[in-house]
Design a protein around this ligand. Structure first.
Ligand code: ZN
Length: 331
């Protein structure tokens, strides 16, 4: 396994990689649009493609030969990685990228990787469109976007669309184990990652995430009557001005409630392990309909958290009341 490339095994065996694979020997297209919300995985995926195109071992992306290492160290002369900061690209920067794309390559192939184009204004995207309309010879653009609608229709129509996989739990678990993430942390991360490698890694590396997770499990398991609300409504951090960790708490709640619904309908759909045990405990006091109505209440709380004059404590109280009410109504 390569220590140089995150998620190497998962990405190499991904459907997305296999879709592009044939083109490495048959000839690359002018433009690809890689669609995924997982920025970290896309960044690794781009480097993997660079390795595969130039690898000394017949496009195998061995990640070990001198050329692969050159790519992994961002030193390959015929590969440009742009917008690795993942921000809105400014007009001057886009012009500079396009100037680079018109330079002569050493190998006959020039790969231009641009991350998160969806953050960029339409005006600046239009500069890129011109290059895609009359692509310089031997140049292939790989454009990353978190969502399809964030990219101009005219750009999309000139790209081959590739959706980066939603990865299965066991694949993500393997990658986290390879990163030496402890078992229990890895299980929580997999359960909450929505099939995204980067998100799973972020969760696994976050000190507070497991704490929030345990807090939510305890709340959903133990809160039985309105008198309990007083002791449990400290779910939000009042100092969390940007609401990041508060929204995270609500996301965890949604994920657990969704799993309760899955478990109620078909217990074998959840993977055996510590998370399933937590879900089993929570499911003792929730019907599938109650869980569904609670998810709606959580979404409502999330919406309120984003409003400028929000009062986190009042939102927490009202959410917990709604949960109790749903549990009671949909027994
Ligand atoms: Zn190689």
């Amino acid at each position: 396994m390569s220590e140089e490339l995150l998620f190497a095994n998962a990405l190499k065996s991904s459907k997305a990689f296999n879709l592009i694979k044939n083109d490495f020997s048959l000839g690359l297209g002018n433009a690809y649009l890689i669609i995924s919300q997982d920025d970290e995985a896309v960044q690794s995926f781009f480097r993997l493609i660079g390795c595969a195109v130039f690898c000394e071992q017949h496009h195998s992306a061995c990640l070990e030969c001198d050329t692969c290492l050159q790519v992994l160290h961002y030193n390959h002369p015929d590969i440009k990685f742009f917008n690795v900061e993942k921000t809105a690209i400014k007009a001057d920067n886009m012009r500079a990228y396009l100037d680079e794309s018109r330079k002569k390559s050493f190998s006959g192939n020039l790969l231009i990787f641009i991350e998160r184009l969806d953050l960029t204004s339409e005006r600046v995207m239009n500069f890129l469109l011109k290059s895609l309309e009359e692509p310089p010879k031997g140049v292939s653009f790989f454009i990353g976007t978190a969502n399809e609608n964030g990219v101009l229709e005219t750009i999309k129509s000139r790209c081959r669309k590739v959706y980066l996989d939603i990865f299965p739990d066991d694949v993500i678990l393997e990658e986290l184990k390879a990163l030496n993430v402890p078992d229990e942390t890895a299980e929580i991360a997999v359960a909450c990652a929505d099939g995204q490698l980067g998100k799973a890694r972020r969760i696994a590396l976050s000190e507070d995430y497991a704490k929030s997770y345990n807090l939510v499990v305890e709340l959903l398991t133990k809160m039985k009557k309105s008198a309990d609300i007083v002791f449990m409504s400290n779910i939000f951090d009042r100092n969390d001005k940007k609401n990041e960790s508060n929204v995270e708490v609500l996301n965890i709640m949604s994920i657990l409630l969704r799993d309760v619904m899955v478990y109620k309908n078909n217990p074998s759909e959840l993977r055996d392990g510590p998370i399933k045990e937590d879900i089993k405990k929570i499911a003792e006091s929730f019907s599938a309909s109650a869980a569904e109505h609670c998810i709606l209440a959580v979404n409502e709380a999330k919406r309120k958290l984003y409003s400028p004059a929000c009062n986190p404590q009042a939102i927490a109280d009202s959410l917990l009341f709604s949960i109790l009410e749903a549990k009671h109504t949909w027994r």
